[in-house]
Design a protein around this ligand. Structure first.
Ligand code: 6R9
Length: 656
């Protein structure tokens, strides 16, 4: 090998390893033998994990996989998720323990909620929701900021066996309406607004608008329950809208909970797929709660007596469901929950909170880590974060430099970093280092956790050798797996189970390194990952095409130093729109924000005369990605008209 080639080979090989600290390893919840135990008898291992919960009726069978891909876990078992998250801890004498140190964005607006208080609030909300007509099986939509009432509402729904669907507060009225309609929710819980970046930001107007949109298709929302958070002025529909303080506050704290079948639906969470229509991922009660509790305990090495856990995710995403709400509460953890943005009122706000509450385990996303890196080491250095002992990352691949910075600047060079791979569909972490076992490699999610069977396969579905890349698959069912897509079993089969027969196809590319450790390489479908949030190219294209001036649109996810990927759009205007006018780009960006949400706003919009298409009419996104990432344009031989790229290239030069 030439000297230069050798240098290159070494550069692309990550040699840094971070061994677990000795004290953590000695006392770890999960040790190396867990891998062997789970491999020897996987179902017995999961059965043991199910004993973390309180069951009213014990299951008869651990897994029913007789009709794949439709799984049933802990068959015949009965339990209540809210009882497991709250009541049983109070009954065990932990009522005075803090469940949440809640921190509002305005300084000094804080509230500690004990398990006993949480139990009272959940019971009151369950009684109030019943008054409003919610029955077992009914879907309830939740569109809320990060306030305690959001958790209370989710648990109240779980207590009643009414599946919730939480819609991220950053989503638009249109997006909210489509979710309300898809899962046929008749009751919506919201607030007047929440605090973001130092100012009240409204939520209720979007609910009003969503109800009006739904009404047009014949779908009536009968009740909207509204928490007063900011006190801002809002419109009010007398027969439909109800204040939380009028119905929940005076309700009884007594509520007898019912126990539901292990497979009773717990929630539906919408996520972007490869078509314009979001998919309603269905999670059920027993398996999901077992998976969330087990991974929260094992991957973060949670010691409920002494740890203070903080997952910064918004409850509107699956990470918030599993690691702000269900996992930590099932494990009787004490958690921090923060309402606002990391830079309000100053860029050290998160670290100030870590210091104040003595946070020991911290879980966030690479996009946030990269932002802090940009802001500089001196900001976290001002705070005492010496109690931190485990750091976690989720949502997208973490670049090795960000990993190393995170470990050093936040973790004082002591803390293991667990890079956790999972999805809305998987419900729980599946691939991750274990903090007391694994010598972490920056950038690698390492290996499947005990109980999980994952692999990287080639186009034919064969396992690739170490040192090669392919597609990430799961080869055995796991308890928190999605059960189906709400109302669409066929799409469930097509999306996840048809690419490789008998295996779950995650949609992610991955490689195994020479040691067999897994590196995630990003999506292999038309889904992009923007700041850890999934957006589909088709969804943004549909939003653009719904604008009266747009004839055609193509969207690609271009690499972005801060957000991982950023949407870049190429649009063809309608003849009638002329050149679209001076503000066409701003107009279209705002239109996308209105249709989907601000997070989907294209970073860049280029008005073009043609789009590169194959002879069969498929848009060649690969070429557009080359343009968006300012690369040399790749192979154009399959283009129907090869001059198209020259035109786009010229337009690009003119616009930059
Ligand atoms: C939990 C969550 C899932 C997609 C997934 C993958 C990406 C998540 C990752 C990661 C590399 C990690 N992803 N964690 N990629 N390393 N540690 O994020 O769920 O919003 O459904 O996104 O995110 O591409 O397929 P969700």
């Amino acid at each position: 090998m030439s000297e230069q080639a050798e240098t290159l080979a070494n550069l692309s090989y990550e040699e840094r390893r971070f061994e677990p600290p000795a004290d953590l390893a000695a006392d770890a919840n999960l040790k190396a033998d867990a891998y062997e135990e789970a491999a020897a008898d996987r179902l017995a291992y999961w059965e043991k994990q199910a004993d973390r919960l309180d069951w009213d009726t014990r299951w008869e069978r651990v897994l029913d996989w007789d009709d794949p891909p439709f799984a049933k876990w802990f068959v015949g078992g009965k339990l209540n998720a809210a009882y497991n998250c709250v009541d049983r801890h109070v009954e065990a004498g932990a009522g005075d323990k803090v469940a949440f140190h809640w921190v509002g964005e305005p300084e000094d607006d804080t509230r500690d909620l004990t398990y006993a208080q949480l139990k009272d609030e959940v019971c009151k909300a369950a009684n109030a929701l019943t008054e409003l007509g919610v029955r077992t099986g009914d879907r309830v939509a939740i569109y809320m900021p990060m306030i305690p009432e959001t958790v209370v509402t989710m648990l109240a729904c779980a207590r009643l066996g009414a599946p919730h669907t939480v819609v991220f507060g950053g989503f638009s009225a249109e997006a909210l309406a489509s979710r309300i309609e898809d899962c046929d929710a008749r009751v919506v819980v919201t607030s007047d607004g929440g605090y973001r970046r130092g100012a009240p930001s409204a939520l209720k107007p979007a609910v009003d608008e969503a109800c009006a949109i739904a009404e047009k298709t014949g779908h009536t929302v009968t009740k909207v329950l509204v928490v007063r958070r900011t006190g801002q002025d809002i419109d009010w529909t007398d027969e439909r809208d109800v204040w939380w303080h009028d119905v929940v506050d005076p309700a009884s704290t007594e509520h007898q909970c019912e126990f539901f079948d292990s497979e009773h639906p717990l929630y539906v969470m919408y996520t972007s797929g490869t078509t314009g229509k979001p998919k309603g991922i269905l999670h059920t009660t027993g398996g999901y709660l077992v998976g969330a509790a087990y991974t929260h305990w094992g991957v973060f090495d949670l010691k409920p007596e002494t740890d203070v856990f903080w997952c910064t995710a918004d409850i509107g995403w699956v990470t918030g469901h599993s690691y702000v709400v269900y996992g930590p509460l099932a494990n009787q953890a004490t958690s921090v929950m923060y309402e606002g943005t990391p830079d309000s009122p100053h860029k050290g706000r998160w670290w100030e909170i870590v210091e104040k509450y003595g946070v020991t385990i911290f879980y966030t996303a690479p996009t946030a880590i990269r932002t802090f890196m940009k802001w500089g080491d001196d900001i976290p250095a001002k705070f005492d974060m010496s109690k931190l002992r485990v750091l976690g990352s989720v949502g997208e691949p973490i670049n090795p430099e960000a990993y190393v910075w995170y470990r050093k600047a936040i973790g004082g060079d002591r803390t293991p970093v667990v890079d956790t791979w999972w999805q809305t569909e998987t419900g729980m972490i599946l691939i991750s280092p274990l903090p007391g076992v694994t010598a972490g490699k920056p950038g690698s999610a390492m290996t499947p956790i005990p109980g999980v069977v994952a692999d990287v396969v080639n186009d034919e579905g064969q396992s690739v050798p170490d040192g090669s890349g392919g597609y990430l698959v799961l080869k055995e069912p796991w308890p928190a797996m999605l059960r189906t897509l709400w109302g669409d079993d066929q799409r469930f089969k097509d999306t996840y189970w048809s690419r490789f027969p008998g295996m779950y196809f995650a949609g992610d590319g991955a490689k195994k390194d020479e040691d067999g450790d897994i590196w995630l390489l990003g999506r292999v479908d038309d889904v992009m990952n923007v700041s850890g949030h999934r957006l589909s190219t088709t969804e943004i294209e549909s939003a653009l095409v719904s604008h009266p001036k747009v004839a055609e649109a193509a969207v690609v996810g271009a690499t972005d130093p801060m957000t991982g990927q950023a949407p870049c759009a190429f649009v063809i205007l309608r003849e009638s729109a002329g050149d679209g006018g001076e503000d066409i780009v701003a107009e279209l960006r705002n239109h996308v924000a209105k249709e989907i949400g601000a997070i989907a706003k294209p970073r860049q919009i280029m008005v073009v005369a043609e789009l590169p298409k194959t002879r069969s009419g498929k848009i060649m996104r690969r070429l557009l990605r080359d343009v968006a990432e300012k690369r040399e344009i790749g192979d154009v031989t399959t283009l129907a008209d090869s001059t198209v790229m020259d035109l786009i290239g010229q337009g690009m030069a003119a616009s930059s």
